[in-house]
Design a protein around this ligand. Sequence first.
Ligand code: 6GU
Length: 245
Amino acid sequence: MNIQVLTLFPEVIDSYVNTSIIKRAREKNIVSIESINFRDYADNKHHSVDDTPFGGGAGMVLTPQPVVSALENLDYKNKKVIYLTPKGKTLNQDLASSLSKEPDLILLCGHYEGLDQRVIDHYVDLEVSIGDYVLSGGELGALVMIDAITRLIPGTLTEDSLAEESFSNYLLEYPQYTRPREFEGHAVPDVLLSGNHKNIELYRITESIKLTLSRRKDLIAEGIENKYFSDRIIKLIKQVKKNLL
Ligand code: 6GU
């Protein structure tokens, strides 16, 4: 997959995508990520990219020309253009999963009061938000999307770690422990030290179900609605609800 990020702050994007799992995915050529400063496409002497809003009001609006020139330079017609904005469709695991199958994404980051509506209307395919709060610009949204998408592309993670993750199966992940066996008087659950893999698996699924029922009942309801759970998991959910486990 190729991801191109149009931003006034490319260094913000570059710093995070040169770290950890995304860095490794780039090195393995699973994903290419390029940040582009659309200020470089401003055709005025001062490389200015914003102006006051027609009709008045606070703040500045990004002018269409630099953004559109940058998009044209990127052959945007053959790519999915996404604008990061609090007005967009809220990112979730399903949206990340469907976007992870796109060959080419262009992520457009606004700043100030955002983009001129004509750019959104005529150049943007999808508007995405990362949650119900307002950020100063789209860069954090773009990075959140890049992270969520990259880890879903085959080869980035091992099959096992992907399957075990929260949300990938409508259940929050079970708790993890490592050495030492006892820390500040708190012991690791005995079952994890038992070496009995069937019991460990049952303990983990049960803990996942308990945690999800207490924190995110909506995920369980969604998993049931999408007929995601096996008969065994459904039975365990019922038992946990009845306090039998
Ligand atoms: Cl993607 N951008 C901005 N500026 N604010 C947001 C957001 C994105 N998602 C939630 N709030």
